[in-house]
Ligand binder design. Sequence first.
Ligand SMILES: Cc1cc2nc3c(=O)[nH]c(=O)nc-3n(C[C@H](O)[C@H](O)[C@H](O)COP(=O)(O)OP(=O)(O)OC[C@H]3O[C@@H](n4cnc5c(N)ncnc54)[C@H](O)[C@@H]3O)c2cc1C
Length: 476
Amino acid sequence: MSQLVERQQAIANGSHALVIGSSMAGLLAARILVDHFDNVTVVERDRLPQQPESRHGTPQANHVHILLAQGERILEQMFPGLEAELTTAGAPSLNMAADFAFLGVWGWFPRFHSNLSIRACSRLLLEWAVRRRLTAYSNLQFLPETQAIGLLTDNSNSQVKAVKLRSGDVSQENELNADLVIDASGRNSSLPKWLETLGYPSPSETVVNSFLGYSTRWYERPENFQADWKGLLVAYKPPHDKRGAVIYPVEGDRWAVTLSGIGRDYPPTDEADFLEFARSLRTPIVYEAIKDAKPLSPVYAYRRTENCWHHYEKLSRMPEGLVAMGDAVCAFNPFYGQGMTTAALGASTLDQCLKEQFRSSPNNLTGLTRNFQKQLAHILETPWMMATSEDFRWKTTEGAQPDSMTRLMQRYGDQVALLAVNHTDVYQTYIEVIHMIKPPTAFFAPSILARVLGQVIKPHPEKALLIPELAVPKLS
Ligand SMILES: Cc1cc2nc3c(=O)[nH]c(=O)nc-3n(C[C@H](O)[C@H](O)[C@H](O)COP(=O)(O)OP(=O)(O)OC[C@H]3O[C@@H](n4cnc5c(N)ncnc54)[C@H](O)[C@@H]3O)c2cc1C
């Protein structure tokens, strides 16, 4: 009997939620759904590896993936003990001010023991650990090598009732009934097309493209490597310096080294030029660190990095029993590391919406779609503003222009960043905002606002700019 037929029988009794896509957004949604539905199925086009291995559907996993502190906290609530598991697997702890050296626009940020640490690991390990945790839920089943190819609605065409699936033999199409369908199929989601096929409008999109490219290579961390930092980030410096880099320490004493270029200054995809690009950065530290390090991988390239928001929240009509989340709704320029954390926030929002929904009318999903998409859109506003306003520092960026409020925030943010170079308390707030622990309004706390105003009214001889960019500052 095929796995699909078996599943159809298993879900015949009780409520059923079906998730399309088993990457981070789909997995986190599934974690929420097991608490609300009798049965949960996650369908995934790829074969799912038994170990942390790369797969076709998530090519981004070959690149540096930073799970921001907010995302880490949410994942730990969903999967208690996950951080300890990652630690056991060798993922190092990174204190975001002491261990992670950050060369920003105005110079190096200060290095001190902040109260913000994260667990640094590869995206492959994280996804695998989360998936493994989910296999412990008896009401959840994965259907790997199964592709969703469309939706079916009820007779009134107002409610999704099943998903059309293709697995194994490509000529074989099947259906799996579901009370709730979650589209978490990523940037290339077919949901807009499926909606049109059903006679529904498809969502409008906002796209902001800074033409950013990534090239990543994995290295063995040199045994004799001498530095008092564990990870390092070099940001771009508008208007001219379009090149950035990250050295990210992960389990197995490895470094994931991502070189990036904005405004079509794409980093090379071949091995020899990779080092030359690293040498051209505004600090030699990345080049010095990797030039003699042992590479463990080829150079992986990625260029599909535009910010893209599908506005499901604005649709006048959408069938009931359907929600979209993760990159399928909003994918960000990855440089700011917001995707997985936003997916986690989306999953928490789904939890809240389902609790509210079932509290007022048990088992009734009417209204969930609209409520969820609106609440999700609210969550997306801040990361979207943060990512796109940074992108619009570059004249080469194309797409919907930021409003005057966003531009004002950008200018104010510049002043906060300058202040943060010289004040540890401001840098602490700065990283808390970047890690989505605090909202950007934290920059308007009286103690910061007063100093920003002072800095604007009476500019210092810009101390920060005098800090040499060549060397990482010492840890204080
Ligand atoms: C280069 C790069 C670097 C990034 N760096 C970071 C970072 O540092 N920090 C961070 O938080 N985020 C980062 N992100 C973003 C992050 O990868 C995503 O936001 C996150 O994985 C959530 O994506 P998702 O689950 O919505 O979609 P995806 O990860 O794209 O997954 C979609 C899944 O759906 C499956 N699928 C697709 N269509 C179907 C179908 N029809 N039927 C069945 N299955 C289907 C795919 O195989 C895949 O498994 C980065 C992204 C890129 C591109």
